[in-house]
Write a protein that binds this ligand. Structure first.
Ligand SMILES: Nc1ncnc2c1ncn2[C@@H]1O[C@H](COP(=O)(O)OP(=O)(O)OP(=O)(O)O)[C@@H](O)[C@H]1O
Ligand SMILES: [Mg+2]
Length: 275
């Protein structure tokens, strides 16, 4: 039977901005199984990054529990939590966050240095990790001498250097073109299969559903069983096809109209008044 490696129960997050409270997660129960490659999906603002950051111990929930590998991680003292993050978890973000003055190899072995490993060991492990992500020919390149996809691969190598059990990624391909994105997602698949790495990845590319094992859907800070295809309609003024969710909405004569842009909404209003 598959073992649950990450488990949350009744996870809530309310951001406080002065006197205003912003509810982001309203009580989420998730189980992620060892060796799974899961995607966290949902509309913008639905709480995907919040959930990922909480599960990855990068932020603290307002209430609820998180168990990772059988340990109640919210109960840990901060120093223990830091070493848990460094030794057991790997992180990849939309921005590659590679340091511009360090080479690909130096960027990669930073977390191993933080573990106190010797320089020789760091170099060996760094090369191994870069080889794994197909960057064996770029050890000494500075980030400015690498493409976006290559910089993201350096950040993946860096995330893997301490041999984490779980990789957390927040929109890792958002800054990449479609083909490079697919190369990166294929690489995740390979790492998942070959290293048995558990991967939790936030994405809002619906097509990514086809490469992962399972999708965790969020809507308004809660789990949603059903993935809702975005509703499509037509701009009231120019007639072009638009997503209803992102439409510009105007109310006239008690009726609601949807437009592709402010320009169309303004033209429509002007024409109506002109009539
Ligand atoms: N640091 C913060 N302070 C206050 N409110 C926040 C903060 N971070 C997120 N929020 C709010 O919490 C809600 C969930 O945000 P979150 O970033 O988790 O959404 P998301 O699903 O990742 O969206 P996107 O797809 O746009 O990245 C949003 O309403 C957002 O405005
Ligand atoms: Mg986000």
């Amino acid at each position: 039977m598959q073992r649950v490696i990450v488990k949350s129960r009744n996870l809530k997050k309310i951001y406080k901005m002065g006197t205003v409270e912003v509810p982001a997660l309203g009580g989420v129960d998730v189980d992620i199984y060892e060796g799974e490659y899961v995607a966290i999906m949902g509309p913008s603002g639905s709480g995907k990054s919040t959930l990922l950051h909480l599960l990855a111990l990068l932020d603290t929930p307002t209430s609820g529990t998180i168990i990772i590998g059988g340990t109640d991680v919210l109960d840990m003292p901060e120093s223990e939590k830091s070493s848990f993050r460094l030794n057991r978890l790997g992180y990849i973000f939309q921005e590659y966050n590679v340091l511009p003055e360090l080479t690909a190899l130096e960027n990669t072995y930073l977390p191993a240095m933080m573990q106190g490993k010797s320089k020789a060991e760091c170099i060996e492990l760094g090369r191994e990790a870069l080889d794994l992500v197909g960057m064996g020919a770029r050890y000494d390149h500075l980030p400015s001498e690498l493409s976006g996809g290559e910089q993201q691969r350096v950040s993946i190598a860096r995330a893997l250097i301490n041999k984490p059990r779980i990789l957390f990624a927040d929109e890792p391909t958002a800054n990449l073109d479609s083909r490079t994105s697919k190369t990166i997602l294929n690489l995740f698949r390979k790492l998942n299969k070959e290293l048995g790495l558990t991967i939790a990845m936030v994405t809002h590319e619906t097509e990514d559903k086809s490469i992962v094992d399972r999708v965790i859907n969020l809507k308004d800070g809660l789990l949603s069983e059903i993935y809702e295809e975005p509703k499509v309609s037509n701009c009231e003024y120019c007639g072009c096809k638009i997503y209803e969710e992102g439409a510009i909405v105007r109310v006239a004569d008690g009726k609601t109209y949807q437009f592709c842009s402010d320009i169309c909404a303004d033209n429509y209003t002007r024409n109506r008044i002109g009539r």
